[in-house]
Write a protein that binds this ligand. Structure first.
Ligand code: TEU
Length: 585
């Protein structure tokens, strides 16, 4: 195996910034570009190579910026194009690249394209979106008259009636996020032109929002019925019939010739290993890597707000399959967190005072030493935890708010049937408990910079509550403590930069049936690393098949001060260790 990366991003680490919640320089309680600019030193010190910004474009903010009304400007709440250019130049000056969020499965309903499209059936832009009449034989607006039975990701039907024309438009997400019709070549040309505009401005690539949903089966068949009465349309729009054709066309039209410097990562809910191989095979010219969702759905029941327990065996089986599936062709992206996921230390670790830092470091170590490109979500490097939400009024996210309303509506129907108001109260309590665990707002509370007022995020009341634990968990404190979660992340990033085995080594899963220990090796030429993580608050023995081979190995990194038995491989609660041998035949 070659000792130098085939692509620069194989040894890179990406840091995701959620601009609303990162740093507020203007003092309006919402983060902004000038705030990000003021924190570039912090990011440079951490050592990350690429910054990915969640959307900063003009938007009614129905889905926190994932509903874009103008693709080639900056929302005034975040600053201006001049602020953006300054940020880009300053990031580049520090050797960091900057990647934008490309949200082109849908626009905002306030985007001029949709405004024109909804003018009437004869408008030249009508066909830029998915318009359909009611179900044959039914009156527009009647219950069940929607063109298909598909549900939206944010509760309710995926179709919204437009009274003026009597037709419905498709929105897989909120009703303010109409889906673009990628079948129309004018739509694709407009998107590609916009992408080139940003690349010409100097941006270094795109994270592509739900990009595996842009090709729909134009017949729009009904989906299988699911709980709640709606059908699951996803088989008809996840990795649809023309998805590879569209991505290859995008590559030709946008990336060809400049690809080597760029990073492209497709967010792909429901993508399989087999599909991901096709998407990321360099010879096919589609995307560099994809975000798959398997490991963040392992703890979910019928939907994400019916969380179940978490099994380490399932996690290892899943990651193991992805590592094997993309070993020779394609490339993995590696993440625990993003702006849609609860905080990993609260989810798969232990966020109690005793084990928070230990488990955060263990989780980071296991993830970052897989083969693939790691993504860090802001605050993850501090071991930030899930938030405290007293009641529904503390939540901001449309997904949570809609889910709560729909669940209470359903319970109210039950109330009437059984004549018992307590049914509604019990339902509310149950939904709140699920939201506290799984809501996307857990990821969206302000970045914890200091122990002071508003965690140093803003001089004004933040748009969403600050986690009270900022008094002990914050960047100031962690920078000063050499043993902090932050410095552990810094070391992991440095290991990837300094040792080709981390980027390029072969991956081998060990102990797949051990319920406490995550163990694997990475091998490149004569060098082999062993990574061990105890996913529990109890002692664990790593019963390695060739333990003696590691007796004289060098301990490169761990999360406990000293190792009493280097050879026995007895792991303390949430302990992780990374060993290195460089003497293999
Ligand atoms: O998310 C796509 C997605 O399928 C989910 O992760 C979604 O956020 C939700 O959690 C389903 O339960 C992307 C963005 O990351 C997300 O923030 C947007 O809301 C969504 O697309 C629509 O643009």
């Amino acid at each position: 195996m070659a000792n130098s990366p085939a692509a620069w991003w194989q040894s890179a680490v990406v840091y995701q910034i959620y601009p609303r919640s990162f740093c507020d320089a203007s003092g309006d309680g919402i983060g902004d570009l000038a705030g990000i600019l003021s924190r570039l030193d912090y990011l440079e010190q951490l050592g990350v190579d690429v910054l990915w910004l969640s959307p900063v474009f003009p938007s009614p903010q129905d889905d926190a910026g994932y509903d874009i009304s103008d693709y080639t400007d900056i929302d005034p709440v975040f600053g201006s194009l001049a602020d953006f250019d300054r940020l880009l130049a300053e990031a580049h000056r520090r050797g960091m690249k900057l990647v934008l969020d490309l949200v082109v499965n849908h626009t905002s309903d306030e985007h001029p394209w949709f405004q024109q499209s909804r003018r009437g059936k004869d408008d030249p832009r009508r066909d830029w979106y998915w318009w359909r009449g009611p179900r044959p034989g039914m009156l527009a607006g009647a219950p069940g008259a929607e063109p298909t039975n598909w549900s939206s990701a944010f509760s309710g039907s995926a179709w919204q009636l437009d009274e003026a024309s009597g037709e419905y438009y498709l929105h897989l997400f909120s009703r303010k996020q109409p889906d673009l019709n990628w079948e129309n070549p004018e739509v694709r040309a407009a998107v590609y032109a916009m992408m080139r505009w940003w690349l010409d401005r100097g941006v270094d690539g795109f994270r592509m929002d739900v990009i595996n949903m842009i090709s729909k089966d134009p017949m729009l068949p009904d989906g299988q019925a699911q709980a709640g009465g709606y059908g699951d349309g996803s088989p008809h729009y996840i990795c649809g019939p023309r998805i590879h054709e569209f991505l290859q066309e995008m590559h030709r039209e946008v990336f060809a010739g400049r690809q080597a410097q760029l990073l492209t990562v497709g967010e792909m809910p429901g993508v399989t290993v087999e599909q991901a191989r096709l998407f990321t095979d360099p010879a096919r010219h589609e995307v560099d890597m994809v975000f798959q969702f398997e490991h963040v759905q392992l703890d979910q029941g019928i939907d994400k707000f019916h969380p179940t327990g978490f099994s380490l065996l399932d996690l290892k089986a899943s990651f193991g399959r992805w590592q094997a599936g993309l070993a020779d062709v394609g490339w993995n992206s590696l993440y625990w967190n993003n702006h849609d996921q609860p905080r990993v230390v609260s989810r798969f670790g232990d966020d109690s005072e005793r084990y928070r830092a230990l488990s955060a470091k263990m989780l980071a170590t296991v993830l970052h030493l897989h083969r693939g490109t790691p993504y860090i979500y802001q605050g993850e490097e501090l071991g930030m935890t899930n938030a405290v939400f007293a009641g529904i009024s503390d939540f901001r996210d449309i997904e949570s708010l809609n889910y709560y309303a729909a669940a209470l509506d359903a319970a109210a129907v039950g109330d009437v049937a059984v004549g018992d108001a307590a049914v509604g109260d019990a339902a509310a309590a149950e939904v709140l408990a699920a939201l506290r665990r799984m809501s996307r707002d857990n990821a969206r509370t302000p970045m914890q910079w200091t122990a002071g007022r508003n965690a140093g995020f803003s001089s004004a009341e933040p748009w969403i509550g600050v986690n009270p634990n900022h008094r002990s968990i914050n960047a100031d404190a962690e920078l000063a403590d050499p043993d902090s979660v932050y410095h552990h992340y810094r070391k992991l990033i440095a290991l990837r930069h300094d040792h080709p085995v981390v980027a390029l080594g072969d991956f081998r899963m060990l102990l797949p049936l051990d319920e406490q220990v995550y163990a694997f090796t990475r091998r490149l030429d004569s060098e082999c690393w062993l990574v061990l993580g105890n996913f529990s608050g109890a002692d664990a023995v790593a019963a390695l098949p060739d333990a003696s081979g590691w007796a004289a190995a060098e301990l490169l990194l761990g999360n406990y001060p000293a190792v009493p038995d280097a050879t026995g491989l007895l792991l303390r609660p949430w302990e992780c260790r990374v060993y290195r041998r460089a003497d293999l035949e």
